[in-house]
Each structure stands twice: as structure tokens, then as C-alpha cells.
Write a protein that binds this ligand. Structure first.
Ligand SMILES: Nc1ncnc2c1ncn2[C@@H]1O[C@H](COP(=O)(O)OP(=O)(O)OP(=O)(O)O)[C@@H](O)[C@H]1O
Ligand SMILES: [Mg+2]
Length: 348
């Protein structure tokens, strides 16, 4: 054997407790991200957490297979999965369905769990060595709904164990702190504003002292604006993602609605942060001012950071804020934090 290949083998064997390369997983209401390879993000995959159902005609299955579209068949219907589901919905003019709602698995959706597992299967290949740790994000308890997240966590733990991994949950907003505030000794407040919820974590030296969530996010914005202007939420979502700029004045009713919905979300978040931190016995008494890092797809429009910082200025926080920053890649930060935990475990 050439010396080079021995080195490679030894390195591979070291990674992730003797298994294959580390993976950090973020299972969100809107997107599932599997993060690999910290430097280039090249191996990272993101799939819409959605499906689109079509009747199973004699030819359809074969055509989808030939075109490498991912689906599974049930009761003479084909569920097209992930990003392909959104493409089909756009072309055929329907809407996708979601296995998750407000940050949690939607138990009213009969095939939901099967759909998520089918999306996850190719993103999380069975490990080279059984028992390899896999870090995945879990939401914090929604305010006033203690325990709501436990069932969710157990669904994914069972799935990952079945795949041959040792599942390791990490709070979604804590993962953002790990990813973005490593140069601050993982001390600060991480906020992930996603599709179904906003997750918040106050971390002191990498210890999640306070975590919670509110069940409002990008979907809430799409739905409330859609209702008030009489347009489908999918249309509002597309305009929001492609055109919205919160740093300039709105130009039409939809933009007025989007600005108002963002202000409502940011104000709810800032108020909840003040209320939860004031009411918690776990907030460390610190002299230093803390950074706040914003992440998740909902913070992508220009001007989000400044608008949220302005809302924070309106509330009475029990800690001083040094700065509000945006994550380097808001759609990947949670999965990257989970990945970094896997690498840290591997090196310890
Ligand atoms: N460019 C953009 N501008 C505004 N919003 C965006 C943009 N891109 C994505 N979004 C919104 O971000 C949300 C998805 O973000 P993300 O992937 O962080 O959520 P998630 O992790 O799947 O959900 P959650 O954490 O709530 O379970 C959606 O509401 C989507 O419309
Ligand atoms: Mg998320």
C-alpha cells in the first residue's frame, strides 16, 4: 500500500468517531440542510421539506425515474419530494404540502413522517461505522407550550438510530451561536428566524442558559399578507424572497403588507426576549455587552438587521447589546453549528 493511502485511511477513520465524514443536520419547516465540509460548503445539500402529490399513471413512475426525480408511491399516488416538488407545483400550478408546520412535525399530515424520512434518506447515507454520532437541530419549547418539542425530537432520534447513527440533538439557536460566535467564546444571543418559528438561545461560554421559540416566522408573514391583500401565500412568498428590501419605502400594497408583517414579527420577538430574559433565573449576570446574531431565511431581505435592531431599542432588556450581526450564510448557519459540534466531538 502506498504511504499516501495509509494517511488517507487513518484520517478517514479518525473523523466522526471512526465513521465517515461528519454531517450536521438541520430539519426545518421549510428546508432540510445537511452540512458537510466546513471550508467550502461544497458537499452541503439543501432540500425543500415539501412534497407534491400526483396520480400514479402507468408511465409516470418510469418517466420520473428516468429524470432522477425523487418520489415515493403510496395508495396509487406518487409523492414527489423536496426541491422537485416545488418545481412540479410551479409548472402544474398547484401547491406543495409540508410535513412540518410551525417548526414541528404536522401530525395531521398522514404521510408526513414518511415523506421527511424519504427526503432525508439520500442526504444522510448509512454511516461507514455503526454508531457514528450525528448532530441535528431541535427547536426550543414554544412559549406556553412546554414539552411540545419532545415528540418531534424522538421521531428524528428513532429515524437516525435506525440509519445506524447515534443521534445528538442541539438546540437550533444554540447551533447558530456555535457557528457564528466561536470567536466570542460562544457567548451571546443566537436567533434563527425560519419558516415556521423563531428560535432564541442565550448562550454563556457555550452553555445554553435560556432557550425558547415563538411559532411565527416566514410562513406567518406570507399568510397574513396574503390574507390582507387577497393573494395566495405562495405568491407573497415569491415576491418576499425575490424583491423585498426593508431598507427602502414600500412601493405598493403587497410591500406595505410585508413591511408591516416584518415589523410585527420583529416587535413580537424583541418583546418576548425582554420578557423571557427578565423572568428567567438562568440569565448570567454579566458586565460585558453581548452580540446578537440573526440567522434563518427570514432575515435575508436587506434592512432586516437594522429593523430588528430598532425594535430591540424599544424594549427594556436586562442585558446590554454590543452589536446585532447577521450570520454569514443564514440558510446554513444551524446545520453548520451542528456540523461543528460533530467535528468538536470527533477531536475530543
Ligand atoms: N431571500 C429571502 N428573503 C426573504 N425570505 C426568505 C428568503 N429566502 C428564504 N426566505 C424565507 O425563509 C424561510 C425559510 O427559512 P429557513 O430555511 O431558515 O427555515 P426552516 O429552518 O426550514 O424553518 P424553521 O426553523 O422555522 O423550522 C421561508 O419562510 C422563506 O420564505
Ligand atoms: Mg430553522
Amino acid at each position: 500500500m502506498a504511504p499516501g493511502s495509509m494517511t488517507t485511511r487513518r484520517k478517514t477513520a479518525r473523523s466522526s468517531g471512526g465513521g465517515g465524514p461528519s454531517i450536521g443536520l438541520d430539519i426545518g419547516t421549510a428546508n432540510i440542510v445537511a452540512y458537510r465540509n466546513g471550508q467550502s460548503e461544497k458537499g452541503t445539500q439543501m432540500e425543500a421539506n415539501a412534497f407534491f402529490t400526483v396520480p400514479s399513471m402507468p408511465n409516470t413512475r418510469k418517466i420520473l425515474e428516468d429524470k432522477a426525480v425523487r418520489f415515493f408511491e403510496k395508495d396509487e399516488r406518487l409523492h414527489i419530494l423536496g426541491n422537485a416538488a416545488e418545481e412540479f407545483a410551479n409548472i402544474l400550478g398547484g401547491t406543495t404540502r409540508r410535513p412540518m408546520e410551525d417548526g414541528l412535525v404536522n401530525l395531521k399530515e398522514d404521510d408526513g413522517i414518511q415523506v421527511i424520512q424519504a427526503i432525508l434518506d439520500p442526504m444522510v447515507p448509512e454511516p461507514a461505522q455503526k454508531g457514528q454520532p450525528l448532530w441535528f437541530s431541535v427547536p426550543g419549547d414554544p412559549l406556553d407550550r412546554n414539552g411540545a418539542v419532545l415528540f418531534n425530537e424522538s421521531i428524528f432520534k428513532t429515524y437516525l438510530k435506525g440509519r445506524g447513527y447515534t443521534p445528538r440533538p442541539i438546540n437550533e439557536a444554540m447551533a447558530v451561536v456555535v457557528s457564528e460566535l466561536s470567536d466570542q467564546h460562544a457567548t451571546g444571543i443566537g436567533i434563527s428566524m425560519g419558516g415556521g418559528m423563531c428560535n432564541i438561545c442565550f448562550s454563556y461560554l457555550s452553555i445554553p442558559a435560556v432557550t425558547y421559540s415563538i411559532q411565527k416566522g416566514g410562513d406567518f408573514i406570507d399568510q397574513t399578507v396574503g390574507r390582507s391583500v387577497g393573494e395566495p401565500a405562495t405568491k407573497i412568498k415569491a415576491i418576499k424572497e425575490q424583491e423585498l428590501d426593508l431598507s427602502v419605502a414600500p412601493r405598493n400594497n403587497i410591500e406595505h403588507g410585508l413591511h408591516a408583517a416584518y415589523d410585527d414579527l420583529f416587535a413580537s420577538l424583541a418583546e418576548s426576549l425582554a420578557r423571557v430574559l427578565r423572568g428567567s433565573d438562568n440569565v448570567p449576570r454579566l458586565n460585558q455587552a453581548l452580540p446578537i446574531v440573526l440567522s434563518g431565511g427570514t432575515v435575508l431581505p436587506p434592512g432586516s438587521r437594522e429593523r430588528f435592531a430598532a425594535c430591540l431599542g424599544e424594549v427594556d432588556l436586562p442585558v446590554r447589546v454590543a452589536k446585532v450581526v447577521q450570520a454569514r450564510n443564514p440558510l446554513y448557519a444551524t446545520a453548520k453549528g451542528a456540523y461543528m459540534m460533530a467535528v468538536a466531538e470527533d477531536e475530543s
